[in-house]
Design a protein around this ligand. Structure first.
Ligand code: ITT
Length: 194
């Protein structure tokens, strides 16, 4: 089975993506190649950060790999937290504090529109490819659900009455930003071997 390194330090992302690639590609983590899990991400954009993480691993470890960067973009906050999603409330990357800060900033706000934006960056034999995914939705007034990770308990995808954190993993993957981008990645990889 073709092996691919997923250049991420986030175990939740690995779990979600393994669920999708299972049986088709063997997904290895950074630990498997002895790479530190805190990858550089200093770009001001989501695509820039995705490419930066993949390039770091390709250049330092010489393996084909993909990475992804995701941001929650809230319309009433001018696109915040966006590229700062992981560290919105501070450098300790606390998901609860991040959610609380979002809810505080949206107090009294009737426009709750938001979207998750993901870019997957693949480096294959030195060539770079990117794949996008977007999930539209709204921000709830309080968290609900225990599944998923990050901002999932406050994000309700459009057309559904539950948050991502109230969905099963396969159900979230079927419609999520990351699910869309990873399916494009899978189609691309399958096209190469066809
Ligand atoms: P890597 O950079 O190592 O991949 P990370 O956790 O730092 O892992 P990001 O830089 O992409 O990931 O940060 C995005 C943050 O946005 C992440 O920490 C979560 O808080 C949040 N996030 C990403 N995907 C999410 C999802 O599917 N559902 C809810 N929140 C998500």
């Amino acid at each position: 089975m073709t092996q691919l390194v997923f250049a991420t330090g986030n175990p939740h992302k690995i779990r979600e993506v393994r669920e999708m690639l299972d049986g088709q590609f063997e997904v290895r983590g950074l630990r498997d190649i002895g790479c530190p899990e805190d990858l550089p991400e200093t770009s001001p954009t989501i695509p820039g950060n995705a490419l930066q993480k993949a390039r770091y691993v390709f250049e330092n470890f010489g393996v084909n790999c993909f990475s992804e960067d995701t941001g929650l973009e809230i319309e009433a906050l001018g696109g915040e937290p966006g590229v700062r999603s992981a560290r919105y409330a501070g450098d300790d990357r606390n998901p609860l504090a991040n959610m609380q800060l979002v809810l505080k900033k949206l107090q009294g706000e009737t426009n709750r529109k938001a979207r998750f934006y993901t870019v997957v960056a693949l480096i294959l034999d030195g060539r770079e490819h990117t794949f996008e995914g977007i999930a539209e939705g709204t921000i709830r007034h309080e968290p609900s659900g225990t599944g998923g990770f990050g901002y999932d308990p406050i994000f309700q995808p459009a057309g559904f009455g539950v948050t991502f954190a109230e969905m099963g993993e396969a159900e979230k993957n079927a419609i999520s930003h990351r699910g869309q981008a990873v399916r494009k990645l899978i189609d691309f990889l399958k096209g190469l071997s066809a």
